[in-house]
Design a protein around this ligand. Sequence first.
Ligand code: GAL
Length: 667
Amino acid sequence: MKKKFFDHMIHGGDYNPDQWIKTPEIWDEDMRLMKLAHVNSATINIFSWSLIEPEEGVYNFGWLDTMMDKLHENGISVILATPSGARPPWLAQKYPEVLRVEESGIRNEFGVRHNHCLTSPIYREKVRNINRIIAERYKNHPALKMWHISNEYCGECHCELCQEAFRNWVREYYHNDLEELNDKWWNGFWSHRMNDWSQINSPKFRGENHVPAMKLCWNRFVSDSHISFYKNEIEPLREITPDIPITTNFMKMYDGIDYQKFAKGLDLVSWDNYPAWDKGRNVSEALETAFVHDAFRSMKDGQPFFMMESTPSLVNWHDVNKLPKSGMQELSAIQAIAHGSDSVQYFQWRKSRAGHEKYHGAVVDHCGHENTRVFRDVAHLGKNLEKLGDVTGSYCNSKVAIVCDWENIWATKHFCGFNNINRNYVAECMKWYAPFLKNGISADVIPMDADFSKYDLIIAPFLYMLKDGTAERIEKYIENGGNFVATYLSFMVDKNDMCFLGGFPAENLKNVFGIWNEETDSLPEGMKNSVDFGGEKYDVEHVCDIIHSTGAEILGTYEQDFYKGMPAVTENNYGKGKAYYVAFRNDGNFADIFCKKLVEDAQIAPDCNVTADDGVLIRKRGEHIFVMNFSDSKVKVNLNGEYKNTVSGEMLTGETELDVCGYLILE
Ligand code: GAL
């Protein structure tokens, strides 16, 4: 079912009035400034636990009551956070078990944030308790529109409670059968056979760290611990406020949590977007950011997501924090919307006066007034967002999918062999996503267990690991007419990182692709091979398979080394579909060219007729076409039709120009 949470674009972001509790005049000024900036939403209470519960069982909600009312009176809705991302000092002091234990085995002291054990029953109880009190208090407050759970769940804990929980997790995964675990972890190797579950510990540098299957289990366990921590957090909220949607803010392609799995328990996905603009590579940055937006959009069947945070100017945590030029953040915000966001939100509304983040960009600077470049830019965008109500809730319709699977992110990191310094699985996925977007074709970014049937073309770069049933699903998909592209080092191991026997690709995929992958070569940095494809030469880097065709048509061959003349690109008809194998890692140039052939073969047309110069990204969302100039110069856009400019209302036709950072939203 298609869900729409708001009928207007959400514009606002993290607001920390608790830092300004002694200067209530600033709160009033904030209300005035928010209206001036066309802000309609504030995310509050994220890190306020030490203020709302200054002592155990003593609560102080007066300030939050006032703030909720104030925001409501000023027409600003509230995304209310649960405060578990950072706990008060008294809690850590009284219950040291809530603090995280690092891999070293040493328990952290109180400090920073996200520094909690994921298993601790006491922490879970304390979190549930404060969440229940907050939900009871504000359940009928008209400002409350959404829950923001904790903040950027991340990290792992190695305390004894977590070790025990890990052992139990593993026990369940292997059906309470230690022999099965010994087999799957290949524990005969280096004499690691276990005879008791208590011999299992978390992976550690000074302990066990050479068993890939065990490291995969640890990743799964940590990820599941976050999910179960989250479920514990939301229990009282679901009970008390069943109609208020719940989200938590994810981070880029953070690999500590299987976001694709986590997303299933959220009402909507949200994420914090901090691209490094204006460092001389805006177009590549835009392509990578687009990929991440699409990965998050794809997590709930294309349902619109929220951009929960972004900076209105600079951040404070890059090595060098370059100021983006005016217009850049507006373009970045429009890009998020083009890819499915129903919100533009900032970290943060007002700069802290002191502390670690005082030089991080904010809408209101230390000067405190609205006469700044950043404030004007935000207000300008806010005004434009008010015209985009019709865009909210709309979906993108992708015929292409790129498989980028979280478990495969882990698996491609853990094995030892081939090219150990250039794995870059996610970058590989991005490389194969970019050519489609550059040609105005939208793509979803999906896990390997997603429904394949709705796509005409699926590219699964470096799909090293196959989860149970995936090989069969790939085969079915191709048999039924799908077009599927695999690349080097694919279909090698199962979910326990056990190699498939009988030759690669695994199982019947050998027949489906019509190839046999005999060996894999790795190229040191700077050493290249090349491939002849269609009479042109393309660079091979990092890693390449030496394959034989057992029936596939050979489209490209290697040009150097002892495997000169052997197949590097193949195409095989299987059932009603096609299976392509690209046996080498390319630098992007080959992907650009090969995608042209793929879309022709699969008869996939661009999402719309609008075309433009290089550096312009075109994206269709619902009935709207977004044309965005990420290049450093003025560009030409060919509308090839007549459209209404959604923001200005004017009709446009023929050829038009876009300034640097310029964009058009057409309907
Ligand atoms: C986010 C975090 C915010 C703030 C921001 C600074 O990752 O959720 O609380 O620290 O980074 O960029």
